[in-house]
Design a binder for this molecule. Sequence first.
Ligand code: NAG
Ligand code: NAG
Ligand code: NAG
Length: 302
Amino acid sequence: MNARPQATAKETDHTEAPSCRRSSRILAISPLLLAVLVLAAAARTGGAPCDKSDMAALLAVKSALGNPPALSGWNSTVDCCSWPYGISCDANSGRVTDLTVFGREISAPIPAAIANLTALRSINFAYNQLHGSIPAFLGPHELPDLTFLRLDGNRLTGPIPPTATVFNLLLVGNQLTGEIPETFADAVFGDVELSDNQLTGDASMLFGAKKQLNALFLSRNRFRFDLGRVELPEAMDILEIDGNMVYGSIPAEAAARKWLSFNVSYNQLCGPIPQGKYTHRFGPKHFAGNKCLCGRPLAPCT
Ligand SMILES: *[C@@H]1O[C@H](CO)[C@@H](O)[C@H](O)[C@H]1NC(C)=O
Ligand SMILES: *[C@@H]1O[C@H](CO)[C@@H](O)[C@H](O)[C@H]1NC(C)=O
Ligand SMILES: *[C@@H]1O[C@H](CO)[C@@H](O)[C@H](O)[C@H]1NC(C)=O
């Protein structure tokens, strides 16, 4: 029954410029084939073809992920810059710059073949069931342009590798253990999101007046450090550290900050809450469950 459409498709594959009449016949027979042709045409006019070794690496990634149905559009007969899902390329070089496989219920370790996609700027594998540890190649040492790494909502275990000094590092909601690597002290971060793991130890090296860090999410881990001794980075307007074992006091400069988000509840903080224009809007839920914080919006200091 479908021998004819198949034959037609084959024939058309070898035809340089199908006539309009022929195209409309193909449309009637195979909208999917037309979509492929349109995408291929777009790839020709829209930029350089996909880098060959990047394409091979992506097919190795797909295979390592178990060829999931979600990635059926990653087809070796189609230029990878035209794949319907998950890939962006640099228009001049044809190198793959962005890799997104978000919320596709993929259960696998992070594929080693990603290390060969050396022009990647962003990787987003959030909300799958990735397991195993975070490989050491996911950082600027092996992927020099990588500034965005999002792996939140998976089942990753083990420590954060010292090489994961990615400007925007989003690892919320895994089962990561161990301490923040020492290499993070001298690295440049904009956004560090590590909430809902089982991380321990010091996180104070992420702070510092001169740092670019503007958002820090550490909630619900087991971090333990003296908040009274840190300098808030000038750009910081999000600080969520609730549910740890952070001690000391809240830095005075917190009072003058225009916070987008702030939560220090359920730690072991002490002393007067710095009072200012923005912290004045905060209710008890921003500060609850500490050892001996006092002053508005909690009970007065005695
Ligand atoms: C790739 O696309 C071609 C042409 O549309 C199709 O014949 C082939 O079955 C596809 N391959 C896979 C692995 O999906
Ligand atoms: C990376 O590419 C090289 C050369 O193309 C190849 O030999 C190697 O197997 C690839 N690595 C992975 C992890 O796919
Ligand atoms: C702060 O965090 C605690 C504990 O995670 C939560 O119950 C509370 O609602 C949060 N407060 C605000 C203002 O977000």
